[in-house]
Design a protein around this ligand. Structure first.
Ligand code: HEM
Length: 135
C-alpha cells in the first residue's frame, strides 16, 4: 500500500468507482465518446473488461497492486487516428472526477500521474504517426 493513502480511504473499491464514473462521462462526451464506442463497446466483452483493466491499471500505478499487465502505448497505437487535442478533454474529465470522489491530496496524486502518462502517450502517438516508431 502506498503510504500516501494511509488515511485517505483510497482502495481498489474507490478506484473502481473512479473508473466507472469517469468512463460514464467519457461515453457521454461528444469528442471522446465515439472513439470509445468504436473500440470498447464493439469489442467482445463490451465495457466490463475495459473497466476491469482500468481498475487494475490505476490500482497498480497508485497502490502498487501489480495486477495490470499490458502495454498502454501499443493499445493507443492500434486506435484509428483521433485528434490529439482530445487529451486535454480526457485530462479535464479525469481531474473533475477525481476531485468529485477523493479528498484533494488523493485526487492530486491521480491527476499528476494522469498528466505524466498523457504527455508520454501523446508524444508516443505523435512519433508513431510521424513514422518515427516501429509498429
Ligand atoms: C484522448 C485521450 C485518450 C483516448 C482517446 C484513449 C482511448 C482509449 C481506448 C479507446 C482504449 C481501449 C483500447 C482497446 O480496448 O483496444 C484505451 C485503453 C487504455 N487507455 Fe486510453 N485513451 C486516452 C488517454 C489515456 C490516458 C491519458 C491514459 C493514462 C493515464 C490512458 C490509459 C489507458 C490504458 C491503461 C488502457 C488499457 C490498455 C490495455 O488494454 O492494456 N489512456 N484508451
Amino acid at each position: 500500500m502506498n503510504p500516501e493513502f494511509k488515511f485517505s480511504g483510497v482502495d481498489e473499491g474507490a478506484i473502481r468507482q473512479l473508473v466507472e464514473v469517469f468512463y460514464g462521462k467519457i461515453k457521454r462526451d461528444p469528442g471522446l465518446g465515439p472513439i470509445f464506442e468504436a473500440a470498447v463497446s464493439r469489442s467482445p466483452g463490451g465495457w466490463a473488461p475495459h473497466l476491469q483493466t482500468m481498475t487494475s491499471f490505476w490500482s497498480s500505478v497508485v497502490l502498487g497492486a501489480g495486477s495490470y499487465r499490458g502495454n498502454p502505448m501499443k493499445a493507443h497505437f492500434r486506435l484509428p487516428h483521433f485528434e490529439l487535442a482530445l487529451f486535454e478533454r480526457w485530462l479535464s474529465l479525469f481531474s473533475e472526477t477525481a476531485h468529485e470522489l477523493f479528498e484533494p491530496n488523493a485526487a492530486a496524486i491521480f491527476v499528476n500521474r494522469s498528466r505524466v502518462m498523457a504527455a508520454k502517450l501523446r508524444e508516443g502517438l505523435e512519433m508513431h504517426r510521424a513514422g518515427k516508431l516501429p509498429e
